[in-house]
Design a protein around this ligand. Structure first.
Ligand code: FEO
Ligand code: CA
Ligand code: CA
Length: 634
């Protein structure tokens, strides 16, 4: 493949797997035109709450102005910007030691497979805090690694030998660390009995309806119940019983075939698996990543993995009941009747938003395996009217077996006619009300045509009409949709929805690309991704978007983190990241006086030396944000 190093995951998948062109031309045009009229009307009305067609009842507790900070301006500096009175310090960086036998990071070689195995992984993403026996345990996803950085000592940033490939592999996975504050700052507790690296080589079990199915059996695991690791873990989740959920996202790009012309099945194609990987070369050191030899191996990835951070010897569990797709995060809610509800996005252009509802109810001492294995998956359908429905992915509705629904979840949701979304990223539930929010980061294929005038689709051939919560063609800026379950019941079939914010650039555009009314030249951003509510009910928004600070993105600066008031709609910029980084992952210390924020892939295109400055190698890192007066930060 040419220039694959410079393509995003989605773009690479589209190059190797051009999208089918099967949707009805006239229907989509009609849809697009009617929505254009609708949007124009809404913008004329000037209210963001009206954008979705429905105004949600404001049932959230009265908030007033709860921002305890002055907004910061956009920045293009290679540093962290926080408001006056706040401080940001590095807690841990890629390849920082976790044990006393760990080897410190080598700026010249950038480490070996052996040193990487005993140090913090790369590209920090979703993370959660667990208080345990007075200790602060943190579980963190190490989503992927930037080849040009980890192999920056090699020509063109490509692996030169098997050890380079293994180093890249071991930079992936999940890190569990105990952290502590030593009076001057937070850091890893070296040699804590809880410290653990979980990698693409860590043995785990497959549980739930798909466990043991023929599609999950491989030469290395004829039982179809045992897998060998996790990778590309993006967002996270935390169960009410104190386990960590690591969500496997772009799992497909690690598979390849020795024969470049090898054709994968239609089912694998739907997930972007092809004969070409993204340049990680895993099949060169481990045959299970060669899809021509192990065509079922990709069926064993794309799940939510449950990890117990309090037991370093526990076996992680891949929960097939939660479906297989490019999982972003997993937001757990205990419904009023005690059932477990998990909201999950599938982050790819035109894929779906999902919900899982357990059969059993949660109570102290209940068998939590049962809650994570027996339940129903749903995909969301949004109507233009501001109403929506959860479509149950049952055997009866889909014509697929339960195991097949859990393995080929995208296909099941397509059959049900779920709404194709603008890349669903994190979902978060408001602790003060029944509202749930999801970041829809962007979608350049929405309402877009190819060179022959044929409208683009998702990888399954589903149309991408401009309507409902995806109201803009060639959506560059993204939006945040929110919904309220009928009668406050998270297991109900129906919901009301609207858009909380439509991101945009009001200094460059006067049309719908200016964004909703709560976007202005002082808080504008693009591509919302990470979302989390704090305990006060403020919505924190992290971005992973364009940082050119030019043209459509002029004045937006580097990727950033903002806080939004869910009642008034006001949004303020709180933090700006260093060059070429995304801001992703957010959690709080037990006393809420520290906010931990992830800074991923600084210098992904070569223009950063954060966090250590000088001529140092840029390194993904977690920072601790505190108030200089020691006050609460959420
Ligand atoms: Fe890993 Fe959808 O971001
Ligand atoms: Ca993300
Ligand atoms: Ca991302």
């Amino acid at each position: 493949m040419k220039n694959e190093h410079d393509l995003s995951f989605d773009d690479f998948d589209e190059v190797v797997n051009p999208r089918p062109e099967g949707c009805d031309f006239d229907d989509v045009v009609e849809e697009a035109l009617s929505r254009r009229g609708f949007l124009g009307g809404v913008l004329a009305l000037g209210g963001f709450a009206a954008l979705g067609g429905a105004v949600l009842p404001t049932g959230a507790k009265a908030a007033g102005n709860r921002f305890a900070f002055e907004a910061v301006t956009a920045s293009t500096e290679d540093s962290i910007v926080v408001p006056k009175g706040y401080r940001a310090e590095v807690v841990m960086r890629w390849a920082d030691p976790m044990w006393s036998d760990s080897v410190a990071f080598d700026q010249d070689t950038r480490g070996t497979a052996e040193t990487q195995a005993r140090t913090f992984g790369d590209n920090t993403d979703g993370m959660e805090i667990f208080m345990h026996e007075g200790r602060t345990l943190m579980a963190i996803n190490n989503e992927y690694t930037n080849r040009k950085i980890i192999w920056g000592n090699r020509e063109e940033g490509k692996f030169a030998n098997a050890d380079d490939v293994a180093k890249g592999m071991l930079a992936h996975g999940v890190s569990v660390v105990e952290i502590a504050h030593d009076g001057t700052g937070w850091g890893i507790v070296i040699d804590s009995p809880f410290n653990r690296r979980i990698t693409p080589k860590t043995e785990m079990v497959l549980t739930g309806p798909a466990a043991g199915h023929d599609l999950l059996k491989t030469a290395a695991d004829p039982s179809g119940t045992k897998t060998f690791g996790t990778w590309n873990n993006c967002g996270s989740g935390k169960t009410p019983w104190g386990t960590y959920l690591a969500c496997e996202e772009n799992f497909n790009g690690y598979f390849s075939a020795e024969d470049e012309d090898h054709k994968v099945s239609a089912e694998l194609k739907r997930y972007g698996v092809s004969a070409s990987d993204w340049g990680y070369g895993w099949a060169t050191i481990d045959e299970r990543f060669d899809v021509s030899k192990n065509p079922n191996e990709p069926n064993r990835a794309g799940y939510v993995v449950e990890i117990d951070p309090r037991d370093p010897n526990s076996t992680p569990k891949k929960r097939t009941a939660l479906g297989r797709f490019k999982h972003e995060n997993a937001e757990c809610v205990i419904n009023n009747d005690g059932r477990l509800v998990i909201y999950m996005g599938d982050d790819e252009r035109g894929e779906f938003l999902y919900r899982y509802v357990s059969n059993g109810v949660y109570a102290a001492g209940v068998d939590t395996d049962e809650l994570m294995e027996n339940g129903t998956l749903y995909a969301a359908k949004f109507d233009a009217s501001g109403k929506g429905t959860w479509l149950a992915l049952t055997e009866e509705n889909t014509g697929m077996s339960l195991a097949e629904i859990c393995i080929h979840t995208r296909i099941a949701a397509s059959r049900m006619g779920a709404t194709t979304m603008d890349r669903p990223e994190w979902v978060t539930a408001n602790p003060n009300s029944d509202e749930v929010y999801c970041a829809l980061t962007n979608n350049k294929n929405r309402g877009a045509q190819n060179d022959e005038g044929v409208f683009k689709t998702n990888a399954g051939g589903d149309a991408l009409p401009v309507e409902g919560p995806n109201p803009r063609a060639k959506n560059k800026y993204g939006q945040i949709v929110r919904w309220r379950p009928a009668a406050g019941d998270h297991t109900a079939d129906g919901f009301d929805w609207d858009l909380y914010v439509l991101a945009g650039n009001p200094t460059v555009h006067q049309d719908d690309r200016a964004g909703s009314d709560n976007v202005n030249d002082g808080n504008m951003f693009n591509s919302p991704d990470g979302l989390a509510f704090d305990s006060n009910g403020l919505l924190w928004i992290q971005t992973d978007g364009k940082y050119s600070n030019a043209d459509d993105f002029a004045g937006q600066g580097n990727n950033q983190m903002l806080a939004g008031d869910p009642v008034t709609g006001e949004i303020r910029r709180f933090l700006v990241g260093p060059n070429e980084a995304e801001v992703t992952g957010l959690c709080w210390s037990g006393d809420r006086r520290t906010m931990f924020v992830g800074i991923q892939h600084p210098g992904e295109r070569g223009d950063s030396h954060w966090p250590d400055g000088g001529a140092s190698v840029p390194r993904s890192a977690i920072i601790a944000v505190t108030r200089e007066d020691g006050g609460l930060v959420g």
